[in-house]
Design a protein around this ligand. Structure first.
Ligand code: ZN
Length: 461
Protein backbone atom coordinates (compact mmCIF):
# COMPACT_ATOMS: atom_id res chain seq x y z
CA UNK A 1 0.00 0.00 0.00
CA UNK A 2 1.58 3.29 -1.05
CA UNK A 3 1.17 6.31 1.15
CA UNK A 4 -1.04 9.18 0.02
CA UNK A 5 0.95 12.41 -0.45
CA UNK A 6 0.99 14.68 2.56
CA UNK A 7 -0.65 17.66 0.86
CA UNK A 8 -3.68 15.60 -0.24
CA UNK A 9 -4.20 14.29 3.29
CA UNK A 10 -3.76 17.76 4.72
CA UNK A 11 -6.40 19.24 2.39
CA UNK A 12 -8.81 16.46 3.36
CA UNK A 13 -8.05 17.10 7.03
CA UNK A 14 -8.83 20.81 6.64
CA UNK A 15 -12.29 19.74 5.39
CA UNK A 16 -12.74 17.68 8.55
CA UNK A 17 -11.96 20.79 10.60
CA UNK A 18 -14.50 22.84 8.66
CA UNK A 19 -17.16 20.16 9.19
CA UNK A 20 -16.54 19.82 12.93
CA UNK A 21 -16.06 23.51 13.70
CA UNK A 22 -19.66 24.82 14.03
CA UNK A 23 -20.67 22.26 16.68
CA UNK A 24 -17.43 22.67 18.61
CA UNK A 25 -17.94 26.42 18.82
CA UNK A 26 -21.67 26.10 19.52
CA UNK A 27 -21.18 23.82 22.52
CA UNK A 28 -19.26 26.55 24.38
CA UNK A 29 -22.51 28.49 24.86
CA UNK A 30 -24.84 25.59 25.65
CA UNK A 31 -26.66 25.55 28.99
CA UNK A 32 -24.85 23.55 31.69
CA UNK A 33 -27.32 20.66 31.60
CA UNK A 34 -26.69 20.12 27.89
CA UNK A 35 -22.90 20.34 28.28
CA UNK A 36 -23.13 17.57 30.88
CA UNK A 37 -25.34 15.51 28.59
CA UNK A 38 -22.78 15.76 25.76
CA UNK A 39 -19.99 14.83 28.18
CA UNK A 40 -21.79 11.80 29.60
CA UNK A 41 -22.82 10.49 26.18
CA UNK A 42 -19.22 10.72 24.96
CA UNK A 43 -17.94 9.01 28.11
CA UNK A 44 -20.27 6.05 27.59
CA UNK A 45 -19.32 5.84 23.96
CA UNK A 46 -15.61 5.93 24.85
CA UNK A 47 -15.93 3.17 27.45
CA UNK A 48 -17.89 0.94 25.04
CA UNK A 49 -15.31 1.54 22.33
CA UNK A 50 -12.32 1.02 24.66
CA UNK A 51 -13.70 -2.29 25.94
CA UNK A 52 -14.28 -3.50 22.44
CA UNK A 53 -11.02 -2.47 20.78
CA UNK A 54 -8.36 -2.04 23.45
CA UNK A 55 -7.29 -5.28 25.18
CA UNK A 56 -5.80 -3.20 28.04
CA UNK A 57 -9.19 -1.65 28.80
CA UNK A 58 -11.12 -4.86 28.04
CA UNK A 59 -9.33 -6.46 30.99
CA UNK A 60 -9.65 -3.49 33.32
CA UNK A 61 -13.21 -2.49 32.51
CA UNK A 62 -14.56 -6.02 32.32
CA UNK A 63 -16.59 -5.73 35.52
CA UNK A 64 -18.17 -2.39 34.61
CA UNK A 65 -21.72 -2.21 33.28
CA UNK A 66 -20.92 -0.16 30.17
CA UNK A 67 -24.38 1.42 30.11
CA UNK A 68 -24.66 2.24 33.75
CA UNK A 69 -21.59 3.25 35.71
CA UNK A 70 -20.09 6.21 37.50
CA UNK A 71 -16.72 7.57 36.40
CA UNK A 72 -15.30 7.09 39.92
CA UNK A 73 -15.76 3.32 39.54
CA UNK A 74 -13.25 3.15 36.70
CA UNK A 75 -9.62 2.36 37.51
CA UNK A 76 -6.95 5.07 37.41
CA UNK A 77 -4.07 4.83 34.94
CA UNK A 78 -0.61 6.44 34.92
CA UNK A 79 1.94 7.22 32.23
CA UNK A 80 3.91 4.13 33.37
CA UNK A 81 0.79 1.96 32.89
CA UNK A 82 0.36 3.41 29.45
CA UNK A 83 3.95 2.92 28.35
CA UNK A 84 4.12 -0.62 29.82
CA UNK A 85 0.99 -1.82 27.98
CA UNK A 86 1.14 0.42 24.95
CA UNK A 87 0.33 -2.02 22.16
CA UNK A 88 -2.63 -3.41 24.09
CA UNK A 89 -3.91 0.06 24.80
CA UNK A 90 -4.05 1.11 21.14
CA UNK A 91 -7.41 0.65 19.45
CA UNK A 92 -5.96 -0.12 16.00
CA UNK A 93 -4.17 -3.49 15.92
CA UNK A 94 -2.04 -2.36 12.98
CA UNK A 95 -0.22 0.10 15.26
CA UNK A 96 2.54 -0.74 17.71
CA UNK A 97 4.76 1.33 19.96
CA UNK A 98 7.80 0.21 17.93
CA UNK A 99 6.15 1.47 14.74
CA UNK A 100 5.20 4.78 16.36
CA UNK A 101 8.70 5.29 17.76
CA UNK A 102 10.18 4.63 14.31
CA UNK A 103 7.78 7.21 12.87
CA UNK A 104 8.80 9.78 15.50
CA UNK A 105 12.47 9.16 14.72
CA UNK A 106 11.72 9.75 11.03
CA UNK A 107 9.99 13.02 11.91
CA UNK A 108 13.08 14.28 13.66
CA UNK A 109 15.36 13.38 10.79
CA UNK A 110 12.91 14.34 8.04
CA UNK A 111 11.36 11.47 6.06
CA UNK A 112 10.63 11.22 2.33
CA UNK A 113 9.05 14.48 1.21
CA UNK A 114 9.31 15.97 4.69
CA UNK A 115 11.81 18.51 5.96
CA UNK A 116 13.72 17.71 9.15
CA UNK A 117 11.30 18.28 11.97
CA UNK A 118 8.44 18.31 9.46
CA UNK A 119 4.99 16.88 10.10
CA UNK A 120 3.83 13.57 8.54
CA UNK A 121 0.96 11.07 8.78
CA UNK A 122 1.30 7.56 10.09
CA UNK A 123 -0.70 4.97 8.08
CA UNK A 124 -2.26 7.95 6.24
CA UNK A 125 -4.48 8.49 9.25
CA UNK A 126 -2.69 9.05 12.53
CA UNK A 127 -0.41 11.64 14.08
CA UNK A 128 2.13 10.74 16.73
CA UNK A 129 3.71 13.11 19.22
CA UNK A 130 5.91 12.73 22.24
CA UNK A 131 6.44 14.47 25.49
CA UNK A 132 9.43 14.38 27.77
CA UNK A 133 7.18 15.15 30.72
CA UNK A 134 8.34 17.03 33.76
CA UNK A 135 8.52 13.69 35.57
CA UNK A 136 11.22 12.65 33.10
CA UNK A 137 9.32 9.59 31.83
CA UNK A 138 8.92 9.84 28.09
CA UNK A 139 5.38 9.56 26.80
CA UNK A 140 4.22 8.76 23.27
CA UNK A 141 0.78 9.69 22.04
CA UNK A 142 -1.09 8.84 18.89
CA UNK A 143 -4.12 10.78 17.65
CA UNK A 144 -6.71 9.41 15.24
CA UNK A 145 -7.95 11.45 12.27
CA UNK A 146 -10.88 13.25 13.93
CA UNK A 147 -9.04 13.64 17.22
CA UNK A 148 -6.21 15.54 15.54
CA UNK A 149 -8.70 17.94 13.94
CA UNK A 150 -10.54 18.39 17.25
CA UNK A 151 -7.28 19.02 19.12
CA UNK A 152 -6.54 21.82 16.67
CA UNK A 153 -10.01 23.39 16.91
CA UNK A 154 -9.88 23.31 20.71
CA UNK A 155 -6.86 25.62 20.61
CA UNK A 156 -8.57 28.40 18.69
CA UNK A 157 -12.34 28.07 19.10
CA UNK A 158 -12.52 30.55 21.99
CA UNK A 159 -10.57 33.13 20.01
CA UNK A 160 -12.77 32.61 16.96
CA UNK A 161 -15.94 32.86 19.07
CA UNK A 162 -14.79 36.14 20.63
CA UNK A 163 -13.68 37.69 17.37
CA UNK A 164 -17.02 36.85 15.75
CA UNK A 165 -18.97 38.28 18.68
CA UNK A 166 -16.92 41.46 18.78
CA UNK A 167 -16.83 41.76 15.00
CA UNK A 168 -13.09 42.03 15.29
CA UNK A 169 -11.81 41.46 11.78
CA UNK A 170 -8.24 42.08 10.70
CA UNK A 171 -5.71 40.69 8.28
CA UNK A 172 -4.11 37.64 9.86
CA UNK A 173 -0.35 37.68 9.91
CA UNK A 174 0.79 35.07 12.38
CA UNK A 175 4.17 34.91 14.05
CA UNK A 176 4.87 31.64 15.80
CA UNK A 177 7.74 31.22 18.20
CA UNK A 178 8.09 27.61 19.22
CA UNK A 179 9.81 24.27 18.99
CA UNK A 180 10.76 23.39 15.44
CA UNK A 181 10.03 19.70 15.68
CA UNK A 182 6.80 18.03 14.56
CA UNK A 183 7.23 15.36 17.21
CA UNK A 184 5.64 17.94 19.55
CA UNK A 185 1.91 18.58 19.52
CA UNK A 186 1.69 22.33 19.06
CA UNK A 187 4.26 22.44 16.25
CA UNK A 188 2.75 19.48 14.41
CA UNK A 189 -0.85 20.75 14.72
CA UNK A 190 0.18 24.11 13.37
CA UNK A 191 1.90 22.50 10.39
CA UNK A 192 -0.93 20.12 9.53
CA UNK A 193 -3.52 22.87 9.53
CA UNK A 194 -1.48 25.88 8.43
CA UNK A 195 -3.51 27.91 5.97
CA UNK A 196 -2.53 30.30 3.28
CA UNK A 197 -2.30 33.21 5.65
CA UNK A 198 0.94 35.10 6.00
CA UNK A 199 3.04 33.58 8.71
CA UNK A 200 6.54 33.63 10.04
CA UNK A 201 7.97 30.94 12.27
CA UNK A 202 10.92 31.33 14.62
CA UNK A 203 12.65 28.73 16.68
CA UNK A 204 12.45 29.65 20.33
CA UNK A 205 16.20 29.07 20.44
CA UNK A 206 16.93 31.63 17.67
CA UNK A 207 18.99 34.68 18.72
CA UNK A 208 16.75 37.41 20.11
CA UNK A 209 18.04 40.14 17.73
CA UNK A 210 17.18 37.91 14.76
CA UNK A 211 13.68 37.35 16.10
CA UNK A 212 13.16 41.06 16.74
CA UNK A 213 14.33 41.98 13.23
CA UNK A 214 12.08 39.32 11.69
CA UNK A 215 9.07 40.47 13.68
CA UNK A 216 9.66 44.13 12.84
CA UNK A 217 9.67 43.14 9.20
CA UNK A 218 6.62 40.80 9.32
CA UNK A 219 4.41 43.05 11.51
CA UNK A 220 2.35 40.14 12.89
CA UNK A 221 -1.24 40.67 14.03
CA UNK A 222 -1.24 37.36 15.92
CA UNK A 223 1.65 36.49 18.18
CA UNK A 224 1.87 32.90 19.31
CA UNK A 225 4.37 31.11 21.52
CA UNK A 226 5.70 30.25 24.94
CA UNK A 227 5.07 32.77 27.73
CA UNK A 228 8.82 32.92 28.47
CA UNK A 229 9.54 33.99 24.88
CA UNK A 230 6.71 36.54 24.96
CA UNK A 231 8.11 38.04 28.15
CA UNK A 232 11.42 38.69 26.40
CA UNK A 233 9.69 40.22 23.39
CA UNK A 234 7.67 42.49 25.69
CA UNK A 235 10.95 43.71 27.17
CA UNK A 236 12.28 44.39 23.66
CA UNK A 237 9.10 46.36 22.85
CA UNK A 238 9.38 48.36 26.07
CA UNK A 239 13.02 49.07 25.29
CA UNK A 240 12.05 50.53 21.91
CA UNK A 241 13.70 47.84 19.79
CA UNK A 242 10.61 45.86 18.79
CA UNK A 243 7.86 47.77 16.96
CA UNK A 244 4.83 45.57 16.45
CA UNK A 245 1.13 45.85 17.30
CA UNK A 246 -0.34 42.37 17.72
CA UNK A 247 -4.13 42.20 18.04
CA UNK A 248 -4.14 38.82 19.81
CA UNK A 249 -1.45 37.05 21.80
CA UNK A 250 -1.70 33.28 22.21
CA UNK A 251 0.44 31.45 24.73
CA UNK A 252 0.72 27.83 25.80
CA UNK A 253 3.08 25.07 26.92
CA UNK A 254 4.47 26.84 29.99
CA UNK A 255 2.71 28.38 32.99
CA UNK A 256 1.47 31.88 32.23
CA UNK A 257 2.64 33.68 35.35
CA UNK A 258 0.58 36.72 36.40
CA UNK A 259 3.52 39.08 35.91
CA UNK A 260 3.99 37.88 32.31
CA UNK A 261 0.27 38.26 31.60
CA UNK A 262 0.40 41.81 33.00
CA UNK A 263 3.54 42.72 31.04
CA UNK A 264 2.02 41.55 27.75
CA UNK A 265 -1.26 43.35 28.34
CA UNK A 266 0.54 46.54 29.35
CA UNK A 267 2.86 46.63 26.36
CA UNK A 268 0.43 45.62 23.61
CA UNK A 269 -3.09 46.23 24.99
CA UNK A 270 -4.21 43.02 23.27
CA UNK A 271 -6.10 40.06 24.75
CA UNK A 272 -3.83 37.28 26.00
CA UNK A 273 -5.12 33.80 25.15
CA UNK A 274 -3.79 31.17 27.47
CA UNK A 275 -4.14 27.45 26.85
CA UNK A 276 -3.60 24.46 29.07
CA UNK A 277 -2.32 22.00 26.55
CA UNK A 278 -1.00 18.50 27.13
CA UNK A 279 0.29 15.80 24.82
CA UNK A 280 -2.32 13.53 26.38
CA UNK A 281 -5.44 15.48 25.45
CA UNK A 282 -4.50 18.55 23.46
CA UNK A 283 -6.06 21.80 24.61
CA UNK A 284 -7.71 20.87 27.90
CA UNK A 285 -8.61 24.43 28.86
CA UNK A 286 -8.54 27.77 27.11
CA UNK A 287 -9.09 31.34 28.19
CA UNK A 288 -12.03 33.25 26.75
CA UNK A 289 -10.59 36.75 26.54
CA UNK A 290 -12.88 38.17 29.22
CA UNK A 291 -11.28 37.07 32.46
CA UNK A 292 -8.10 35.48 33.76
CA UNK A 293 -8.18 31.73 34.12
CA UNK A 294 -9.37 29.25 31.53
CA UNK A 295 -12.50 27.31 30.62
CA UNK A 296 -12.11 23.53 30.74
CA UNK A 297 -12.91 21.90 27.39
CA UNK A 298 -15.64 19.91 29.11
CA UNK A 299 -17.14 18.47 25.96
CA UNK A 300 -13.75 16.95 25.06
CA UNK A 301 -12.13 16.02 28.36
CA UNK A 302 -13.23 15.19 31.87
CA UNK A 303 -10.81 16.65 34.41
CA UNK A 304 -11.09 15.38 37.99
CA UNK A 305 -9.00 17.45 40.43
CA UNK A 306 -7.74 15.17 43.23
CA UNK A 307 -5.34 15.19 46.17
CA UNK A 308 -2.43 12.86 46.87
CA UNK A 309 -4.84 10.14 47.98
CA UNK A 310 -6.96 10.59 44.84
CA UNK A 311 -9.82 12.15 46.79
CA UNK A 312 -11.81 14.80 44.90
CA UNK A 313 -10.71 18.37 45.62
CA UNK A 314 -13.54 20.94 45.75
CA UNK A 315 -13.57 24.25 43.83
CA UNK A 316 -11.40 26.98 45.32
CA UNK A 317 -8.71 24.61 46.53
CA UNK A 318 -5.58 23.67 44.62
CA UNK A 319 -5.48 20.02 43.58
CA UNK A 320 -2.08 18.32 43.54
CA UNK A 321 -2.93 16.29 40.43
CA UNK A 322 -5.75 15.63 38.02
CA UNK A 323 -7.29 12.58 36.42
CA UNK A 324 -7.98 13.17 32.76
CA UNK A 325 -10.36 11.28 30.53
CA UNK A 326 -9.83 12.12 26.89
CA UNK A 327 -13.32 11.87 25.33
CA UNK A 328 -12.31 12.59 21.76
CA UNK A 329 -9.31 10.42 20.89
CA UNK A 330 -10.48 6.86 20.45
CA UNK A 331 -7.19 5.82 18.85
CA UNK A 332 -5.48 5.88 22.26
CA UNK A 333 -8.17 5.66 24.95
CA UNK A 334 -6.95 7.45 28.08
CA UNK A 335 -9.42 7.02 30.92
CA UNK A 336 -8.79 8.57 34.36
CA UNK A 337 -5.16 9.14 33.40
CA UNK A 338 -3.05 10.84 36.06
CA UNK A 339 -1.34 14.16 35.28
CA UNK A 340 0.58 16.10 37.91
CA UNK A 341 -0.54 19.63 36.98
CA UNK A 342 -1.83 21.61 39.93
CA UNK A 343 -5.30 22.82 39.09
CA UNK A 344 -7.70 25.06 41.00
CA UNK A 345 -11.32 25.01 39.83
CA UNK A 346 -12.93 28.43 40.17
CA UNK A 347 -16.39 28.56 41.64
CA UNK A 348 -17.62 31.63 39.81
CA UNK A 349 -19.51 32.42 36.63
CA UNK A 350 -17.62 33.99 33.73
CA UNK A 351 -18.68 37.29 32.17
CA UNK A 352 -18.34 35.70 28.71
CA UNK A 353 -21.42 33.59 29.45
CA UNK A 354 -19.93 30.16 28.82
CA UNK A 355 -20.99 27.59 31.40
CA UNK A 356 -17.90 25.48 30.90
CA UNK A 357 -16.21 25.24 34.31
CA UNK A 358 -13.27 27.55 34.82
CA UNK A 359 -9.86 26.95 36.34
CA UNK A 360 -7.20 29.41 37.46
CA UNK A 361 -4.17 29.84 35.19
CA UNK A 362 -1.89 26.91 35.98
CA UNK A 363 1.22 27.92 37.86
CA UNK A 364 3.22 24.76 38.10
CA UNK A 365 3.57 21.08 38.52
CA UNK A 366 3.94 18.75 41.44
CA UNK A 367 7.46 17.78 40.34
CA UNK A 368 8.59 21.37 40.76
CA UNK A 369 8.35 21.40 44.56
CA UNK A 370 11.72 21.70 46.26
CA UNK A 371 12.38 19.43 49.21
CA UNK A 372 14.92 20.30 51.92
CA UNK A 373 14.90 17.33 54.27
CA UNK A 374 11.37 17.27 55.65
CA UNK A 375 10.52 20.72 54.37
CA UNK A 376 8.64 20.93 51.05
CA UNK A 377 8.67 24.30 49.37
CA UNK A 378 6.21 25.30 46.67
CA UNK A 379 7.67 27.24 43.71
CA UNK A 380 5.46 30.21 44.64
CA UNK A 381 7.97 31.03 47.39
CA UNK A 382 10.47 31.98 44.66
CA UNK A 383 7.97 33.05 42.05
CA UNK A 384 6.38 35.84 44.05
CA UNK A 385 9.50 37.81 45.01
CA UNK A 386 11.05 37.32 41.56
CA UNK A 387 7.83 38.11 39.74
CA UNK A 388 7.24 41.20 41.81
CA UNK A 389 10.68 42.65 41.06
CA UNK A 390 9.93 44.88 38.05
CA UNK A 391 13.23 44.57 36.20
CA UNK A 392 13.42 40.78 36.44
CA UNK A 393 12.18 39.74 33.00
CA UNK A 394 12.83 36.02 33.15
CA UNK A 395 14.34 33.61 35.60
CA UNK A 396 15.17 30.04 36.36
CA UNK A 397 15.57 28.58 39.83
CA UNK A 398 17.88 25.63 40.41
CA UNK A 399 17.62 24.00 43.79
CA UNK A 400 20.84 23.59 45.74
CA UNK A 401 21.41 21.67 48.95
CA UNK A 402 20.72 24.72 51.13
CA UNK A 403 18.69 26.98 48.90
CA UNK A 404 18.83 27.83 45.24
CA UNK A 405 20.92 29.26 42.46
CA UNK A 406 18.87 31.68 40.38
CA UNK A 407 19.57 32.80 36.83
CA UNK A 408 17.88 36.03 35.86
CA UNK A 409 17.47 38.01 32.63
CA UNK A 410 16.99 41.62 33.60
CA UNK A 411 15.76 44.76 31.90
CA UNK A 412 17.20 47.36 34.29
CA UNK A 413 18.95 47.48 37.63
CA UNK A 414 18.03 44.93 40.27
CA UNK A 415 19.25 44.79 43.87
CA UNK A 416 20.30 41.13 43.83
CA UNK A 417 21.53 40.97 47.48
CA UNK A 418 18.25 42.41 48.76
CA UNK A 419 16.23 40.01 46.62
CA UNK A 420 18.34 37.05 47.78
CA UNK A 421 17.91 38.10 51.42
CA UNK A 422 14.14 38.29 51.00
CA UNK A 423 13.96 34.74 49.60
CA UNK A 424 16.32 33.46 52.30
CA UNK A 425 13.97 34.94 54.94
CA UNK A 426 11.02 33.09 53.43
CA UNK A 427 12.92 29.81 53.34
CA UNK A 428 14.01 30.30 56.95
CA UNK A 429 10.39 30.91 57.90
CA UNK A 430 9.47 27.60 56.24
CA UNK A 431 12.02 25.79 58.42
CA UNK A 432 14.99 25.53 56.04
CA UNK A 433 18.14 25.86 58.15
CA UNK A 434 20.69 28.50 57.17
CA UNK A 435 19.38 28.98 53.61
CA UNK A 436 21.61 30.33 50.83
CA UNK A 437 20.38 32.03 47.67
CA UNK A 438 22.68 33.08 44.83
CA UNK A 439 21.39 35.19 41.97
CA UNK A 440 23.31 35.81 38.78
CA UNK A 441 22.49 37.71 35.62
CA UNK A 442 22.37 35.85 32.29
CA UNK A 443 21.57 37.00 28.73
CA UNK A 444 19.32 34.05 27.98
CA UNK A 445 17.99 31.04 29.82
CA UNK A 446 18.86 27.54 28.67
CA UNK A 447 15.94 25.79 26.98
CA UNK A 448 15.14 22.07 26.99
CA UNK A 449 14.75 19.80 23.97
CA UNK A 450 11.29 21.17 23.15
CA UNK A 451 12.46 24.75 23.63
CA UNK A 452 10.54 25.14 26.87
CA UNK A 453 12.13 26.72 29.86
CA UNK A 454 11.98 24.59 32.94
CA UNK A 455 11.53 27.33 35.46
CA UNK A 456 12.04 25.37 38.67
CA UNK A 457 14.60 22.57 38.74
CA UNK A 458 14.60 20.51 41.93
CA UNK A 459 17.68 18.58 43.03
CA UNK A 460 17.55 15.01 41.73
CA UNK A 461 15.98 12.76 44.33
ZN1 ZN B 1 -15.32 33.06 29.91
Amino acid sequence: MTATPYEILRARHAETVAALLPDLIGVVDLPRVQIERVQQARLRDLVRHARELSPFHARRLDVIDAENFALEQLPIMTRSDMMAHYDDLLADRRLTLAEINAHLARLEKGGPGAAPGGDAYLLDQYHAVMSSGSSGLRGVFVYDWDAWAIAYIAYFRMLLRARRREQRFYEEVAAVIGAMNAAHTSTALFQTFSRKVKQVVFSVTAPLEQMVAGLNEAQPTILQGYPSAMALLAREARGGRLHIAPKDICVSAEPLLPEIRDALAEVWHAPVWNAWGTSEAGCMAMSCGQATGMHLSEDLVIVEPVDDEYRPVPPGRRATRVLVTNLFNKGLPLIRYEISDEVTVLDEACPCGSQFLRIADIQGRREEWFRYGDVAVHPVLFRDPLGLTPNVVEYQVLQTARGASIRACIGGSVDFPALAAKIEDSLRAMGVLDPRIEIGEVDALPRGATGKIQRFIPLAR
